[in-house]
Every structure is written in C-alpha cells, then in structure tokens.
Design a protein around this ligand. Structure first.
Ligand SMILES: [Zn+2]
Length: 192
C-alpha cells in the first residue's frame, strides 16, 4: 500500500487502495493527487469531528461518490445533528464562527470494525470518539497521536477534552506496535 500525504488544515492521506484519511485538504488538491496516481477514491475515513479534519469531507464525497466512514460515537456531530463539546469557552466561541459543513456518515464504525482493510481502533480522549485506522503495521492516528518532529506526542492540551484518557489511548495505540504512524499533524513517525 502506498500512502500519499496531501497537506491542508490537517494531514490528509490518500492510499493506493482508494482510501482517503481525513478531509482537511482542498478537494482540488485531493483530486489532483488521485488523478496523478490513477486512484479512484472509494472511502473517506474520518478520525474525529474536529473542523480541520472534516472541513472538505462533504465536497470530496459529493465529487467522488466515496462512502464516508466515521466513528459511531461522533456521527451525530459530523452529520450536524448534535453540537460537540469543547474543552474551553474560547474554543466554543471560536467554533460558532467556523461553519462546518455537515456530511452524511454512510458507515459508522466502533472499536474493532473493519472497512476496506482498515481496522478502526478506538482512541478516545482528544475527542470522545477519536479513532485510529490500522492496516497491518501502518497506522493513521488522527490527533490521538501527533508528531513532534517524528516522535509520538499529544496535541496541545487546550484542544483535548480528556488529557488522561488521551494519554492512555496513545499508549494503547503504541502497544499495537505500528511501524509507521501517519499523524493528523506533523511528519510521519517511523517506529524502531
Ligand atoms: Zn483534533
């Protein structure tokens, strides 16, 4: 499986199997990379409901007819029928100005579910339904693990709802012993 990084509000990844992980890169950029490599996008996997990860999901899904896959615990927020919780008042106020375009979730996943060869692994903490997607020894971690110059780390505390749970989830993900982690932000992490 080849993985292509498309930079945007968050790292957006396209695999050679036609799976897009998160939707923070502009649709035009995503479609260009897909075309360049002859890939048709069949699934858009969402790691969590944060704005920078879902911003372009509806437009990409519309233009590619891809199925949207997201954590069951966050589907109502991603679909726009519930409001997310925020770790601070300032983030809550900021969110009122961010117009999130809801997207219909076609497939809702919970821990252990598999879609198109990707296994969903629940990694709550950063958000309640944060989910990593794993294929063999490759892991797409969303913001459950970020990259601090190629080393696993957590996002800034102010963006995380439950820091203790986030720490536990990171530990759990690392115990799966991925060889490469593709994080939501920062550069890919190669594990020894
Ligand atoms: Zn996030």
């Amino acid at each position: 499986m080849e993985v292509f990084l498309i930079k945007g509000m968050c790292n957006t990844y396209l695999t050679s199997e036609g799976i897009l992980i998160d939707a923070g890169a502009k649709p035009s950029d995503v479609l260009l990379i897909a075309k360049e490599h002859g890939i048709s996008i069949k699934y858009v996997l969402i790691t969590h409901y944060h704005y920078d990860h879902i911003k372009y999901a509806s437009e990409i899904a519309e233009r590619t007819k891809a199925k949207v896959v997201a954590p069951e615990a966050e589907a109502d927020i991603i679909e726009g029928s519930a409001r997310p919780k925020f770790p601070s008042l300032s983030l809550r106020i900021m969110s009122l100005f961010a117009t999130i375009k809801p997207v219909k979730v076609d497939i809702k996943v919970k821990d252990g579910d598999e879609v198109a060869g990707m296994k969903a692994v629940a990694a709550p903490g950063h958000t309640p339904g944060s989910t990593a997607y794993v294929s063999g020894d490759i892991m797409f971690s969303g913001d459950a693990i970020e990259s601090d110059n190629g080393k696993p780390s957590l996002p800034p505390r102010k963006f995380t709802l439950d820091q203790i749970m986030a720490e536990k989830s990171m530990k759990k993900l690392l115990e799966l012993r991925p060889k490469i982690i593709y994080p939501g932000h920062g550069r890919p992490i190669t594990m020894q």
